[in-house]
Write a protein that binds this ligand. Structure first.
Ligand code: NI
Length: 198
């Protein structure tokens, strides 16, 4: 099982399914508060630039550093973010246009393996992540709080997955992985120093 941030307290993988990463640490109901949808949209809009800024500080070795074979490298996390953005895009449109339809769960480790995340090109995935995010943010700007209760059926929840749930997940997913990349940078630097020590 590959590494993934699945809760906001733990950075270990306890499930293959991205859905399980919905931590509900922030309640989806928060989005109903005045100004909160706009605040979430703003956070979601700017997250890729924060990720890109951290990635720009990484050497190629740091990008590929894995603390152990089962954990993702920063490069694999980036490829995951770019692919998850496609999933967000589809799910946003699905819930808006076809409420009551059924969501297809994602096995993120199967995606990472089958789509060969370690061979990803950083500039390509960053560009795709930003581009699809921009398109998704256009959609988010159109939403009002009355849209947030629209839902599709999520088999792994055995219940509704609302737009509020999805947006709450989106606003937490990038910062979570940003911290994961920063930790990988620190770990790789520490290991590099240890290897150079006499
Ligand atoms: Ni993730």
């Amino acid at each position: 099982m590959n590494s993934e941030l699945l809760t906001f307290e733990l950075d270990v993988c306890i499930s293959n399914f991205e859905f399980m990463a919905v931590p509900q640490k922030r309640s989806s109901d928060e989005l109903l508060q005045p100004g909160e949808l706009a605040r979430a949209t703003d956070e979601i809009e700017h997250a890729p630039e924060q990720i890109a800024a951290v990635v720009a500080t990484l050497t190629d070795a740091q990008l590929r550093y894995k603390p152990n074979p089962k954990k993702w490298s920063a490069l694999e996390i980036l490829a995951h973010l770019a692919d998850v953005e496609l999933i967000y895009g589809f799910r946003l449109r699905q819930i808006i246009a076809q409420p009551g339809s059924t969501i297809t769960p994602i096995d993120q480790d199967a995606w990472a393996y089958a789509l060969d995340y370690p061979s990803a090109c950083v500039s390509e995935i960053l560009e795709r992540y930003r581009c699809v995010r921009r398109a998704n943010v256009v959609l988010l700007h159109r939403l009002t709080t009355t849209d947030l209760g629209k839902a599709a059926f999520h088999p792994e929840r055995d219940g509704d997955f609302t737009l509020a749930d999805l947006i709450t997940f989106m606003r937490q997913h990038d910062p979570n992985h940003l911290r994961q990349i920063e930790r990988l940078r620190e770990q790789s630097t520490t290991q590099s120093r240890a290897e150079q020590a006499p």
